[in-house]
Design a protein around this ligand. Structure first.
Ligand SMILES: O=C(O)CCC(=O)C(=O)O
Ligand SMILES: [Fe+2]
Length: 210
């Protein structure tokens, strides 16, 4: 039995067409054509209309660590609801455990250097980000467009770079089977070389999001 804030490798694996990365230390999945192109185009428009510089928790002094822009998507917009419905159908995670969906936009030269999506349990920002909803559990992200060059997502531990592709979903469990965080989820949103990269990011928490 999984908790309401959980998905599981088993739940995801039964979806037709989903692929699991062949690396035992990491639950990492990809699913091509998860979103139809028309919905991707609509989400790109929303991101373009309302973006701000991206931020990070536990700032490390590197001003160039995350150079992209972020959009807080309107949760009641029909395109966002459509996306949320599709995520729930795939992962079965109680929507109450989800952070609001964000969009990310990377112009040429922009990146998000190697990081983990979980919060550092001993970090200075732990209380600020985790006191209510707890740690991040799963990450779901979707590439909204194809790129001409660059912009892949690299997982060093699994020796894998996933290339952006319209509608392709990427999902991973940020924790290990014993519930502690999994350093093998370290990943790098690599520099865009040509084109503009758009993705949506959806993070889930141990407890309900206030
Ligand atoms: O842009 C990417 O490929 C990765 C994005 C990411 O890791 C994040 O937003 O946490
Ligand atoms: Fe990330």
């Amino acid at each position: 039995m999984t908790n309401p804030g959980e998905s599981s490798a088993q739940i995801l694996a039964r979806h037709p067409g989903i692929q699991r990365a062949p690396f035992p230390g990491l639950e990492l999945f990809q699913l091509k054509r998860f979103l139809p192109p028309a919905l991707c185009a609509e989400l790109i428009e929303l991101i373009d209309a309302n973006r701000r510089p991206s931020t990070i928790a536990d700032a490390n002094g590197d001003a160039l660590f995350r150079t992209s822009e972020t959009c807080d998507l309107d949760p009641v917009h029909p395109a966002v609801r459509n996306l949320e419905d599709r995520l729930f159908a795939l992962n079965g995670i109680d929507p109450a455990h989800g952070e609001p969906v964000q969009g990310q936009r990377y112009a040429v030269g922009q990146e998000f250097k190697a990081h983990t999506d979980y919060f550092d349990p001993g970090g200075i920002d732990w209380d600020r980000y985790c006191s209510v909803a707890g740690q991040r559990t799963w990450t779901f992200m979707v590439y909204l467009n194809d790129l001409e060059a660059g912009g892949g997502t690299r997982f060093n531990a699994a020796r894998k770079i996933i290339q952006p592709e319209t509608g392709k979903l990427l999902a991973w469990n940020n924790r290990q089977p014993d519930g502690t965080v999994n350093p093998a989820t370290l990943h790098h949103g690599m520099k865009v070389r040509r084109g503009v990269k758009y993705i949506i990011t959806k993070w889930y928490r141990e407890k309900a999001w206030a």
